[in-house]
Design a protein. Structure first.
Lengths: 118, 475
């Protein structure tokens, strides 16, 4: 019954992970829901691992190689893009330390420029 | 490879791999915990990214690994597409970006299941449970892939944002597609090894993904995106069980849980049930009822000018800005920030009231305003903002519509009755910046516009706000 026990172990992991997910995510404020979503979005790119594992076994089946390369590409886009875009968003949420006056003028000038452009 | 065989075999042993996986998913959880506050969030996201790198490396160390050329090709292609996309996307386009990234994740899931199917000659000698989880992943992954792509198309306005549906037949069609996909899956699980059946199953799931998302209107997109996010997570977890890979199970399930929570929060914030949104009710019957109701109170609407609005704002003590999708579309967040600065110079207290479903994604407005350097503590969530409206002199509504409609509180016949709203009509006066009198995505007239306290400033959000700022500077 080795298979059955693997299944039970995996199901236990599944259920526990679900509970952890609920607890951790419940604490995230509304304000950060977009980054949360794009961050968790990046995490499910972990299916990449599935592609990496199977491509090693795929033998000479050309069609399989093609779909696995696509799968790995998709997974990588999901991970790399997801984390990068989340990082960009979160950088903007950083509580900025009060900039020294000179710098503030600079940012103001930059902002004015931006408004001017429009 | 001159490494001692013992060390090599340890590096390749599944125990070592599993230890790395445990480290990886601990980092995911720790990273997500960091997302609970703006100060720790950046580090949290990076922590999760490190976890992901560890998980990938652990997988590449496994002894069955091969076909390095293909792996390198896939990783390189993915990076080449993902990095520029993530770097260049505008903050206003974030919802469609997330939808797209979510879609490719779902695509990877169903392709992997397909490859597994071919590799095992139709799950010929696999345990039934592995077959079942693989098939589940294939169906859900395919739904998620196609659904996300449609959501992307709608948000990007490649496909019209209005609901496209088959009317009353829609639900029957969806049900038939679902039954067909599940039946094909059951057939395979019962021992049919034909690839045609598998492809048929994928095709039904693909059609289902299209059929579910096409009828959903733009305003319901926040719910759809988080639901599809949960779907991809769950399908990844199922792949994890099929491949006996704990990292996939944990990560996928956490995403599934988080997506489910968010979906539920969004649905509550719109006072809609998730089944009702999926059934695509809003664009149909509800809007008709709303339009009929609108005829009754076609009262007068007062319009104002930027100069008058500027005076009104300049002499207020407290101003609350209510941003909506209109602000995002017009890219007005920087102009709004400038206006805020002008007002603050004059000693006006300014804050922002943000409805949970404002925009096309939960928290979308917060991201845009953060981009424009609005301090985090000026952004008020609905429950904190509502009691404050009574002591607010001017509420400035910028491109928000349904989330301010008092009909949600006062008119039981309204389709949005019961939806929590920002109670801007409690403030002393209201200025609404809006392109035209067209109703919002819900297709309902907004009673707020006929309120004697309300003045409308018609125009593009960005130019209207900039004009007000310019007038203020001259006062």
């Amino acid at each position: 019954m080795i298979l059955a026990s693997t299944l039970t172990t995996n199901l236990s992991i599944l259920v526990l992970a679900g509970f952890i997910g609920f607890v951790v995510i419940s604490k995230v404020p509304n304000t950060l829901h977009t980054p949360l979503m794009s961050g968790t979005n990046a995490i499910h790119g972990i299916v990449l691992l599935g592609g990496l594992l199977i491509v090693g076994l795929s033998g000479n089946d050309t069609f399989n190689k093609v779909i696995l390369v696509i799968a790995i590409t998709f997974g990588t886009i999901n991970i790399v893009g997801g984390f990068l875009v989340t990082d960009r968003m979160l950088e903007m949420f950083k509580v900025k330390p009060k900039p020294p006056p000179a710098e503030e003028e600079q940012t103001q000038a930059a902002n004015e420029q931006e408004v001017g452009k429009s | 490879m001159n490494a001692p065989p013992l060390a090599t075999s340890f590096l390749q042993s599944s125990n070592f791999r599993d230890v790395l996986y445990i480290i990886a998913f601990s980092l995911f959880i720790q990273g997500l915990r960091g997302l609970s506050g703006p100060t720790t969030a950046v580090r949290g996201n990076r922590t999760a990214a490190v976890g992901m790198a560890i998980a990938v490396i652990a997988t590449l160390l496994s002894p069955d690994e091969g076909n390095w050329g293909l792996i390198a090709l896939g990783l390189a292609l993915g990076t080449a597409v993902g990095v520029p996309a993530a770097r260049q996307v505008k903050m206003t386009a974030m919802p469609q970006m997330v939808a797209l990234f979510n879609g490719v994740g779902g695509g990877a899931v169903f392709l992997i299941s397909w490859a597994e199917f071919r590799l095992t000659h139709g799950f010929a000698h696999t345990a039934t449970y592995i077959t079942v989880f693989s098939l589940f992943a294939a169906i859900v992954g395919s739904v998620s892939f196609w659904g996300s792509n449609i959501a992307f198309g709608k948000l990007q306005e490649i496909i019209p944002g209005r609901p496209i549906s088959l009317g009353s037949a829609q639900q029957i069609v969806n049900l038939v597609l679902l039954v067909l996909a599940v039946a094909a899956g059951a057939d395979i699980a019962a021992g049919d090894h034909s690839e045609g059946v598998f492809i048929g199953m994928l095709a039904c799931a693909a059609l289902l993904g299209n059929a579910v998302v096409l009828p959903i209107g733009g305003a319901d997109m926040p719910v759809v995106i988080s639901m599809l996010n949960a779907f991809t997570g769950l399908s990844a977890a199922a792949t994890g069980i099929a491949l006996n890979n704990p990292a996939l199970i944990v990560a996928g399930m956490i995403v599934g849980a988080s997506g489910s929570i968010l979906t539920n929060l969004m649905a509550v914030a719109m006072n809609r049930s998730i089944p009702a949104i999926i059934a695509g009710g809003f664009g149909g019957g509800g809007a008709v009822a709303g339009a009929e109701g609108a005829g009754e109170h076609a009262g007068t609407v007062r319009s104002t000018t930027a100069a008058d609005a500027a005076i009104q704002l300049a002499y207020a003590n407290r101003v609350v800005i209510v941003p909506g999708y209109g602000m995002a579309v017009a890219q007005a967040q920087h102009a709004v920030r400038e206006l805020t600065k002008e007002l603050e110079k004059r000693g006006v207290e300014v804050s922002y009231a943000i409805h949970p479903v404002a925009g096309r994604m939960p928290g979308h407005m917060n991201v845009l305003l953060a981009e424009a350097d609005v301090p985090y503590d000026q952004l008020k969530e609905m429950d904190d903002a509502n009691p404050e409206f009574q002591r607010t002199d001017v509420s400035l509504v910028i491109g928000a519509n349904d989330v301010t409609n008092p009909a949600a509180k006062n008119t039981p016949s309204s389709p949005i009755y019961g939806m929590p709203i920002l109670e801007v009509s409690d403030s002393h006066s209201v200025i609404v910046i809006k392109r035209s009198m067209n109703p919002g995505f819900a297709g309902i007239e907004n009673e707020l516009y006929y309120d004697p306290k309300t003045e409308m400033l018609f125009g593009d959000a960005k130019s209207a706000v900039s004009e007000i700022s310019a007038e203020l500077a001259q006062l």
